[in-house]
Design a protein around this ligand. Structure first.
Ligand code: NDP
Length: 369
């Protein structure tokens, strides 16, 4: 690709802006009108709770069905995203920049004192724009943080489906691509099936909404999670049967640990007497779960997520580090996150946390870390 072609591929057109606006409009509409469980978020410092309508799975299925119908009626090209990948990426980047400027200005002007909207202004413009000013800003009744995470996860699936369509178009569907696509679609469907678990994650309860989160949700997630698909489009991999089976094992084990650990914690928070692996839970200080996955390592959910991330990349073989960008980035992110969460919990739970650390000394990977 020469410089001219690269610039043409990058410069946002009105078509890419229209695609993005249509996607967001659909999400806003579907999120507001489709039925879904109304889940109360965690209690905020002022005692209030936000409520989230968890209809992501239905919104996603309907979106894919509508796009499928659009493709069938030749109204939409199935390769529209894979053909315009870079351009859409830059359009989304510009959107993230603009929307976070608006969030910054709206945050600065706000006098709201509720926990979800109280402005946190340090006076350092870059810092305030990057980390955000308000915890849970909303627009026309839509919680923007929840909205952007959803858009990122659905965007990732749409990218993958479009790359898959390209493979069919070129009659070049490899075993590696099938495995990557299969693992991702299961992970994304699972994510939306358990969407209510998102309401108690760090991003939702602790991070303010600034460029870091918006860019992360809209650009970083769809791009970095799909690098393997883009890479497989132009690279051939000969995967042995044994390697393919090993890949499936890594995915299944990673998934069971990831989902199992997050589910145990979620169920325990709802009902501290819930059975964990068929036995009454081991509880420290009446607050912390110390059995099941949470008795093996203090963040075994991160270990599960890392194994799943590895399984997305390993179908690409080991000829290039490029497809491993996502698991490597996730490893760094989760180690950093674990440290931040650790100090938050140490401060919140004090001696109870110290006792938990004594009983469960491993942070993520038993006997190693
Ligand atoms: P966790 O779901 O691990 O939640 C940490 C919180 O859980 C703590 O702050 C504490 O909160 C509570 N807690 C910790 N230990 C215990 C215990 N033993 N018993 C009861 N409660 C406990 O954190 P995250 O939000 O960081 O992660 C959620 C999932 O999202 C993970 O599986 C992670 O891998 C995934 N993730 C994926 C990313 C990606 O890019 N793929 C990025 C980030 C996360 P409290 O004060 O409420 O008790």
């Amino acid at each position: 690709m020469d410089l001219n072609q690269l610039l043409n591929a990058l410069i946002p057109s009105w078509n890419s802006a229209a695609l993005l606006v249509s996607f967001f409009t659909y999400l806003a509409f579907a999120g507001s009108v489709l039925p879904g469980k109304l889940v109360p978020g965690v209690a905020l410092p002022d005692g209030t709770r936000l409520h989230y309508r968890c209809n992501g799975l239905l919104s996603l299925i309907l979106l894919v069905a509508l796009l499928g119908a659009g493709v069938w009626m030749e109204f939409v090209s199935p390769t529209v995203i894979s053909d315009r990948g870079l351009e859409l990426l830059l359009t989304t980047f510009i959107f993230s920049f603009l929307v976070t400027l608006v969030l910054y200005l709206a945050g600065c002007k706000s006098h709201d004192q509720s926990s979800s909207l109280k402005p946190h202004i340090t006076g350092n413009i870059i810092n305030d724009w990057w980390f955000g000013i308000q915890l849970n800003p909303h627009f026309m009744g839509i919680d923007l943080k929840f909205f952007f995470v959803r858009a990122g996860m659905m965007g990732w699936l749409l990218i993958n489906l479009s790359v898959l369509a390209k493979c069919f178009q070129d009659a070049d569907l490899s075993q590696s691509m099938i495995l990557y696509q299969l693992f991702c679609v299961l992970y994304i469907l699972d994510y939306f099936f358990y969407e209510e678990y998102m309401t108690s994650t760090w991003d939702i309860i602790a991070e303010r909404l600034g460029f870091m989160l918006v860019f992360g949700d809209l650009v970083w997630i769809p791009l970095t999670f799909s690098i393997q698909a883009w890479w497989l489009l132009s690279n051939k991999v000969e995967l042995t049967k044994a390697a393919a089976i090993a890949n499936c094992f890594v995915f299944i084990i990673g998934y069971l640990v990831f989902r199992g650990a997050n589910k145990q914690k979620h169920d325990f928070k709802k009902n501290p007497k819930v059975l964990i692996w068929g036995r009454p839970p081991k509880v420290i200080g009446g607050k912390l779960l110390a059995s099941g996955y949470w008795g093996i390592a203090r963040h075994s959910n991160y270990l599960g997520d890392l194994l799943v991330a590895l399984s997305f990349s390993s179908p690409c073989g080991i000829s290039s580090p490029v497809p491993y960008f996502y698991p490597i980035y996730l490893l760094i992110l989760l180690i950093w996150r674990e440290r931040r969460d650790e100090s938050r919990c140490a401060e919140k739970y004090r001696e109870v946390w110290a006792e938990y650390c004594k009983l469960v000394p491993w942070r993520i990977l038993p006997y190693i870390y």
